[in-house]
Every structure is written in C-alpha cells, then in structure tokens.
Design a protein around this ligand. Structure first.
Ligand code: F6R
Length: 608
C-alpha cells in the first residue's frame, strides 16, 4: 500500500516521478504528491485526486532531486493536508509507506519541543524527527539513521533536504523499497515497474537497510549500520508487460493473459518427463519428504487458492491439510504440528498479515516453509526455506486474476510432488496429470472465448443489489472467489455458500430479485448440486449456471446455462474461475465503476 518514487539526476526528474507514480497508482490512490528541490527550496505539489490531476498541476515544476508518493490512507482521511510528502520547517521532506505504531507518543514529544503538525498522519513525525537531528548539525544520513532508531512499526521512506540538492536518503523495514541504478542518476521505488522507463538495473534492499544516494553512486548500510554490498540485478519485467496495450482495463488484460501466465508457470515443471521436487528449491526433496501435513496461510484471493488446494492435497497426496486466514492465525493460540509444511500463498509477497503469520509459525517451531509467490525477492520469498515463483507477470489490476490461477497451478504441482514422494502417484497417473497440465493453457483459452456471451449475461446483473454464489467440493472456493470478484469491483453485495448449506439458512434470502450463480462441473457432486438448484428455482430464484459441456442441464424459464467447453477433471477449478472473473468485470463495466482501482482498496496490503 502506498507507492514511493524518488530520483536524483542531472535532468529534470518531475516527469520521471510522475510516470513512476502513474505506474504505482495501483498501490493506493487516495491522493498523490511530489516535492523537488528548486533553488534551495522545497517545492511541493499535492492533489487529492489521481496522479493525472497531479500531472496537470506540475507543468511548471522542475528539479533534479525529488520524491513522490501515492497514498492509501491509514492515519487521517484522504485530503490534501494528509497527502505526502510531509515537510518539516521547509527543510526536510519525507515520503513514507507503512505504519509508525508509536507515532502518538513521538508526536506529543515533538509538539512539546515546538514542532507544529499540519496533518493527521503518522508520517509527519518522521519529518520532524529528522529535522530535529539535521538542524542540530548531523549529516542527513545520520539524522535519518538516528530518527529510525526511535520508530516502532513498518516503513519504507525517502528523505530529502532543501539545502542538500545532491543527496537522497532512503530506508526500509517491513515495507518494500528498491534502488534503481542509472548512469549518472539513481532512483528509489516501491516496485520495479515504476522505474522501467529509466532503468532495469535494481537493488532489492534488505530489512533494516539505509541508503545514501547521490547522482554518481550510493552507499548501503545494513541493519547494524555497517556498509553492505547488495547485488545489482537486471529485472526481467519488460516495460511492455506493464502497459495496457489494446485492452480497456488491466483486469481485462490480465484475465486474457492467463493462458500465457499458466504456460510460463508450468514451463520448468512440465518440460521434463516427470515432476521433480527441485522446482520448489534445492532443499525441497529432503524437506518435503520429512513433512507429514500442510498448513496453508494466506489472505483474500490467495486464501481461496489455498482452499482449493486442500481438496487436492488430501485427495491426491493423502496429506492432512489446514488452510487459515493469515490475520486469524497470527493471533490464535493454535496447536502447532512442527512437522507440517507451512505454505504461504501470496501474489505480492508483501502482505503484512501473511508475513506476520509466517513469523508466528516459525515462532511456534515450524521449520519447513514454502512461499508461493508472484514477486521474486519479495519478503515472503526471502523469509521461506522453499520457494516457487508463479510466473504470471506483473498484476496491476487491484482484483487478482492471473495470480490466482497460477497459484492454483503451483499448488497442483506441489500436490503431485508430495503424492509421488509418498507413492500415491504411479507413472501412468503422473503422465495423465502432466498431459492435463500441458493442455491447461489451451483449455483456458477456449473458456476465454465465452467472453461475448458473458458480457451479454452481465447486463442482467447491473440493476441487482445482491447475488448468491454456489459451489460444492473443490468448486466451493471458486464460488467464494467469484463472489469476492463481484463485490470488489462492482460493489454488488455477494455471498458464496457450499450449495448443501443453502437450506440451512441462506435459502431465506432467495426471491426473484436474487440472482443465484452456480458453478456446476460434471463431477461426483453434480446430482446433489442439481437438487440444490431445484430448491432455488422452487423459490423463484433466477439461476445462472456455469456447467460443463457434458453436464445434462437445459435452459428453461429462469434458468440460464453457460456451457463450458470441456471438463478438466482435477483442474476444473482453474477453468471455472475464468467465467466468474469475466462476469465480475462486465458487471462492473455496466455499473461504470473504476475496475482497476476499486474504491477503498489497494493492491498490496502492507498494513495490518
Ligand atoms: C482480491 C485480492 C486480495 C488479495 C489479498 C492477498 O482480488 O487481490 O484479496 O488476494 O489481499 O494479497 P496477496 O496475494 O498479495 O498476499
């Protein structure tokens, strides 16, 4: 949450900061701002609108040193006075991503010392703290370093001083920040995509790093304050992959990228003749052989991927599996099984609750940890023993789509590896699963071809206020995911239930105003599901059924059938996700909401 960009160059950095912010806007879009050093003065521009508005008001601003920020409000309402950068006594400017937990006591102390606060944010204390040290004669880097020792919480910060046009200082602990290395110019950003127009050479900063940056170079100090060497890496993300291209929204683009994202994620695993544990890391073979259960920790959409995986892990690999919402697990007094493999599932690898859940699991004695993640070098990847990178490419739309289906693929691979190690997968079944996986991108493409039909169907939803999603077995989490997508981007209230639960309560909600969307694959539970659907129809509910090609269900009054091209067996949840993503997307279009930046949300939830 919140995006930071900073630049120090020989040229005017304002266009670089603005383009960076535009690319980081998915991280938060309550307000945006920037500050540059202009003739030994800080020139700040802030807007409560989007970055586009900030662009309009910055036409006459220039400077070769600056920092910028796009905000997701935590402390203080979205307003201009709360927008970053925050400034202390016209000398120090700060941008910050994270939360300072002890800001109230620091604020009280700084007020006593004579500092005037002009915002309700936690960030402003950092600006005044740095000022108090800097004005006392410390060099900027030392002033930041001393201030950081007083902060409790998470931060990624960028700091500049009006009278120091040749230096940018940044630091991170608990929130992401990287350094972009240029020729005669250097940059900072929350995410590499912000810097791709200017450099693809990046340094992923480590926990507790503090960096002193000039035009010619940079010095990194580690958490102990010692000079540290950090490798410069070349980002594999192409500039094109973060452009919208011919699509109307990133979400639509990302839905359509799923065949390729799945194929890329499967590449290493499926290129060989058999599934090898090594795809989860060098130590995977021995580590996975030792585990006797699985504990999956995740949030939101990633949690739904974990829920699907539970069905696979128990049925195919015979492994006991629990799936927990990370924010619950971290505060629950659970009974740990230290022999279980802890799997953290996350698109961003930054989610604060999932990170805290992983740390909690380690405190409870868990040593076998695996991160399944879409962002290399992210916190979760670094903190886990084993790792698997989904290769979905950058996901910019706030509603997760391709990250989810690639997580499912990763979890299916894990299931096969564990099943094989436990002699529950013979050579023939292994080949069948591999064949199904290799075919998956093509199967997903065929489902995407239903787009025009789903767009038409969506027209019926625009006037609805509620919707009910039903699924059974491994498709129940898909119903949950469909409901989450719909509520997230169309603001229609949606609930999902295992279809068998309907008569235990939610059936009371069903009348002709309530659309009921059902995921109906041709599996062992189909006949049971059909009975549940009759119960809905008998109460006047309008049914929208996503059925497999060979599911014998017919259109009738009040029953709309959308036929999926094929049945994918165990991989069916991947296919059944696609129409629900498209449905949510087209309903949101009908309603005219901001699809890629739904209200109140942000892409990476780096606060609790
Ligand atoms: C929903 C969505 C969120 C995320 C959740 C976890 O579309 O994107 O529910 O899935 O915030 O994020 P990650 O996967 O980055 O840990």
């Amino acid at each position: 949450m919140c995006g930071i960009v900073g630049a120090i160059a020989e040229r005017n950095v304002v266009p670089i900061l603005l383009e960076g912010l535009r690319r980081l806007e998915y991280r938060g879009y309550d307000s945006a701002g920037l500050v540059v050093v202009e003739e030994a003065r800080l020139k700040r521009l802030r807007s409560t609108g989007r970055v586009a508005e900030l662009m309009q008001i910055s036409a006459n601003t220039e400077g070769s040193l600056g920092i910028a920020h796009t905000r997701w409000a935590t402390h203080g309402i979205p307003s201009e006075r709360n927008a970053h950068p925050h400034i202390s006594r016209n000398l120090i400017a700060v941008v910050h991503n994270g939360i300072i937990e002890n800001y109230e006591s620091l604020r009280a102390r700084l007020v006593k010392a004579g500092y005037e606060f002009s915002s309700d944010t936690d960030t402003e204390v950092i600006a005044h703290l740095v000022h108090s040290h800097y004005a006392g004669g410390m060099p900027l880097m030392k002033a930041v370093q001393s201030s950081l020792t007083e902060l409790v919480g998470a931060y990624a910060i960028g700091v500049i001083a009006a009278d120091n046009p040749d230096q940018l200082v940044c630091a991170r602990r608990g929130s992401p920040l990287l350094l972009g290395v240029g020729i005669g110019e250097n940059f900072i950003a929350s995410d590499v995509s912000a810097l791709l127009p200017v450099t693809n050479k990046v340094i992923y900063l480590e926990e507790g790093d503090l960096v002193e940056i000039s035009r010619e170079g940079y010095l990194v100090y580690d958490a102990e304050g010692k000079e540290a060497a950090r490798p410069v890496q070349t980002s594999e993300i192409s500039n094109e992959s973060v452009q919208l291209g011919n699509y109307r929204h990133y979400m639509q683009k990302e839905i359509h990228e799923q065949p390729e994202a799945i194929a890329n994620t499967l590449e290493t695993a499926c290129n060989s003749h058999s599934i090898m544990p090594g795809i989860f890391g060098a130590e995977a073979d021995s580590c996975l052989a030792k585990v006797d259960g699985i504990l999956i920790l995740a949030c939101g959409t990633s949690y739904h991927a974990g829920m699907v995986a539970r069905y696979w892990l128990e049925e195919i690999a015979g492994m006991h599996c629990t799936v927990e919402i990370a924010s619950e697990y971290r505060y629950r007094k659970s009974v740990p099984n230290p022999n279980a493999l802890v799997v953290v599932l996350s698109q961003s690898g930054e989610t604060a609750d999932t990170q805290a859940a992983l740390s909690h699991a380690k405190l409870l004695g868990h040593v076998h940890t695996l991160a399944i993640c879409n962002v290399p070098e992210s916190a979760l990847v670094r903190q886990s023993k084993l790792r698997f990178l989904t290769r979905a490419g950058p996901e910019i739309g706030v509603a997760s789509t391709k990250a989810f289906t690639t997580q499912l693929v990763a979890m299916f691979l894990l299931t096969l590896v564990l099943a094989k190690q436990r002699n529950r997968l013979n050579a023939e079944s292994e080949q069948q699963h591999l064949h199904a996986l290799r075919h998956l991108p093509a199967a997903v493409q065929k489902v995407l071809d239903l787009e025009p039909k789903i767009a038409k169907l969506a027209e019926r939803f625009a006037s609805k206020h509620h919707a009910l999603f039903l699924g059974r077995g491994m498709h129940y989490p898909i119903a949950l995911e469909g409901a989450l997508k719909l509520k997230e981007i169309s603001y229609i209230h949606a609930e999902a239930y295992p279809a068998g639960e309907l008569k235990h309560g939610p059936l009371a909600l069903v009348d002709k105003e309530m659309p009921v969307i059902s995921v109906a694959p041709n599996d062992a539970l189909l006949e049971k599901l059909k009975s549940n659907l009759h119960e809905v129809r008998a109460r006047g509910g309008e049914l929208y059924v996503f059925a497999d090609a060979d599911t014998h269900m017919n259109e009738e009054d009040g029953v709309h059938i959308m036929r999926m091209p094929e049945h994918a067996g165990y991989l069916s949840p991947v296919l059944h996700t696609i129409p629900l993503q498209l449905l949510a997307y087209y309903v949101a279009l009908q309603k005219g909401t901001d699809v890629d930046k739904p209200r109140n949300l942000a892409k990476s939830v780096t606060v609790e």
